[in-house]
Design a protein. Structure first.
Length: 177
């Protein structure tokens, strides 16, 4: 490295002020909501398949993107869970404990003009992975879906298209206790 460049770097380092350590989640973390209220935040996820369009292989496992605290869902920018086109694709989160669930909020892919998440089922499964509740959402064309749940106890939440297509979730928020 040139001696002149080293001098300049040392000058910059001398005046640089280190920012304070982050102590709690907030806008400076890049989260779009209060993540402490999401039972699914950073929990293990799985899905029926993973779309082959992934430029950055660090985006694997793709299913986990839907619980990262970011509601923006540009599929081309690898911000969605995104499955292959298949019959009845699904996505599932393991809450790692039983919780009384009272609301599930889904954020669809945001970079398309059409809403892909139109005809789908949201279900809650117990610790033995048996379905204990479900809600069929038909013609629910919107980028955001809020599903009220009647305080159902469960350990897993699953979203499944009711037909052929690709499932691309930007974020899944599970609320309860």
């Amino acid at each position: 490295m040139d001696d002149d460049a080293i001098v300049r770097l040392k000058e910059a380092a001398a005046v640089w002020e280190k920012p304070e350590d982050l102590k709690s989640p907030g806008a400076n973390w890049g989260f779009a909501y209060e993540v402490s209220e999401n039972l699914a935040f950073l929990r293990p996820c799985s899905q029926s398949s993973t779309h082959t369009f992934i430029r950055d292989k660090r985006a694997y496992p793709r299913a986990d993107i839907a619980v990262d605290g970011v509601t923006e869902g540009n599929g081309e920018m690898e911000q969605t869970s995104w499955t292959e086109v298949e019959d009845r694709p699904w996505w599932k989160v393991d809450l790692q404990a039983e919780h009384k669930i009272n609301e599930i909020k889904l954020f669809d892919r945001t970079d398309k003009h059409t809403d892909e998440l139109k005809n789908f089922t949201v279900s809650i499964w117990d610790a033995d992975e048996k379905e204990v509740w479900k809600s069929d959402e038909v013609n629910a064309a919107s980028k955001t879906h809020t599903i009220a749940v009647p305080d159902i106890v469960g350990s897993f939440v699953k979203v499944q298209l009711n037909g052929k297509g690709s499932l691309a979730l930007a974020e899944v928020i599970v609320k309860g206790k």
